[in-house]
Design a protein around this ligand. Sequence first.
Ligand SMILES: [Zn+2]
Length: 441
Amino acid sequence: MENKDNKMEKIVSLCKRRGFIFPGSEIYGGMANSYDYGPLGVELKNNIKQGWWKRFVHQRTDMVGIDAALIMNTKVWEASGHLDNFSDPLVECKKCHARFREDHLKSKDKCPECGAKKSFTASKQFNMMFKTFIGPAEESANVAYLRPETAQSIFINFKNILNFSRKRIPFGVAQIGKAFRNEITPGNFIFRTREFEQMEIEYFIPVPKKDKDWNKYFEYWRDEMKKWIQELGIDLKNIHELEIPKKELAHYSKRTIDFEYKFPFGQDELYGLAYRTDFDLKNHTKFSGEKLEYIDPETGEKYIPHVIEPSLGVDRTVLAIILEAYSEEEVKGEPRVVLKLPVWLAPIKIAILPLSKKEELSKVAHKVYEDLNQEFICEYDETQSIGKRYRRQDEIGTPYCITVDFESLNDKAVTIRERDSMKQERIKIGELKDYFKNKIE
Ligand SMILES: [Zn+2]
């Protein structure tokens, strides 16, 4: 029943119609591959980020967080290798001048844009960092780059963090923030955009005494990532772990696993886990002259720690969650679209729906709304038929709907409808807070 191509179309349309994600700069004709998160999208995204931070920073004793600047000293990118190595092979069609990433082309014989045969230039390396200028003069001395990843700001703050936090190895530093890549071929909705948000951890470990000593940490983080994926409501059967072959590894990595999700447009990277060795701290030590080392408080041994890096894209998480939660059902001969989001991710937790707009009912319903809204994100809706209002809440993934009816005036109770089972139960208004505390928190 579900057609794969139109599943993406349906998701894009639902996201716009229901206020999750809008096309960027729309009133000016849009801007290709840029998107804005609407009122429900920002709630979903915040739930993801807050859940991640709680799980990987607050609830652990071996983790601290930072939030660093987007534009850093250009020497950071010299040391990290991004100035020399962070590029993709670019080819241009001589006929229509469309540009493509060579490794994304199905065939080099025919231009996918204009159909010209054998029309491509030789490939050249195109650096993906966004360049800008600091100050009023556009001179090469003032060149700066928007960060292409969040990781480097953790490495360059290593000494500050260590002095402040007195953490003992192994420990990690987490950061959530935006990164920018001037992608040659962005696309597939929010999957590949030039501006995106990352959730990254740099986890510092001792120097491996023998080969593969680092692997137990790597495997530990591999498990943690799988647990997180399941908490998002994503079935592991839709995840493929791709061991990146040695010759394709990034310049800093000794081992990388991509966690690929089965997107409707193909299986592609959702998250990455990399063993970055001591590459970054070593290079920043060399380039900055600052010793980015750790002194073991027991043995007095000084060393540059190695690093395991779980790297997660926020926008890709949003997309995978929505795709996974999206379902179409038939109820009494009527189609029903439901976002079966885990309760903790749902943008709206409870919708309050009075059966009629009559003042005696809306008075009671509004009181319920104002009370519950202090603790849970709620929505009040009294327009249209109750059936239409249920369907709207189903489509945005609201786990609970409360209807207030004329009987409520007598029995001081309301009906709660659960999204997935559509089961209804009658609960006293005075007991609602405790009821939802158990279900939602
Ligand atoms: Zn062409």
